[in-house]
Design a binder for this molecule. Structure first.
Ligand SMILES: [Zn+2]
Length: 245
């Protein structure tokens, strides 16, 4: 009895530690889908970066890597502890550090890491971490009981940004291309395309109808109005940036 009590107490302490770790937050999205959040400092502000993972019968698929390099291993440990599963594969959705920083670390752990060819070229040019496997075209992957597709909609946040679509679950993982429903701007655009951004977002909207969830990198994902709102922001930005005729 005492042992049982101790074990329970230990589990609760662990649960508490995992839940209270303010460097890594894991929230359940729906079913086997989870959002993990790590933090980094950008221009003096603490910025959250969301990624996603899905627990399949065959193992866990990770979308993007933590932005905070101290959380690469804790994320794997938390996944193992919560689900008793290993991470099988990891796909990064564009070349910036908040998506790719953990690719090399995960490759060393035996995880199959993926980016598109375009992301790989930009990662190489910019001295970012690179994946072991390259995605040549939009591709559908099936892992365990889940299928998802990668989709390149055009230039926006960066020239290589892709989104992920779970057709059956209607989950759209938008990465940094889509901003939150209450975002005031489209964020860092130094590597983006302000004239194409709106068209690119419209490609996403037209291709993936009525998503139940839209996951965005740096804001809340609690509203599917995020895509429409981002299109509006991109439209305004385009107007402002159009060369004077
Ligand atoms: Zn980002």
């Amino acid at each position: 009895m005492r042992l049982l009590l101790l074990t329970t107490l230990f589990s609760l302490v662990c649960l508490h530690t995992f839940a209270q770790n303010n460097q890594l937050k894991i929230s359940k999205l729906t079913g086997d889908f989870y959002i993990y959040t790590t933090y980094n400092t950008y221009e003096g502000n603490k910025i959250p970066a969301n990624g996603m993972y899905v627990v399949t019968n065959d193992g866990v698929i990770l979308f993007d890597t933590p932005w905070d390099s101290t959380q690469f291993q804790p994320l794997l440990d938390s996944i193992k502890w919560r689900h008793n599963k290993n991470v099988l594969m990891c796909i990064a959705t564009h070349w910036h550090s908040d998506r790719t920083d953990g690719l090399e670390f995960y490759k060393q752990q035996g995880i199959k890491t993926y980016t598109t060819i375009s992301t790989d070229q930009l990662s190489k040019q910019n001295g970012k971490k690179r994946a072991a496997f390259l995605i040549e075209n939009d591709t559908t992957y099936t892992v365990g009981q889940y299928s998802f597709e990668t989709y390149y909609p055009g230039e926006g946040h960066t020239v290589d940004n892709i989104v992920i679509w779970f057709k059956n679950e209607k989950i759209l993982y938008g990465g940094c291309l889509i901003k939150g429903a209450d975002a005031t701007d489209l964020g860092f655009l130094g590597d983006g395309n302000v004239l194409e951004y709106e068209t690119t977002l419209k490609h996403v909207q037209r291709t993936f109808k009525n998503p139940t969830y839209i996951i965005v990198s740096h804001h809340d994902w609690n509203s599917t109005k995020s895509l429409k709102h981002s299109i509006l922001l991109a439209k305004k930005l385009k107007k402002k940036s159009m060369p004077i005729q």
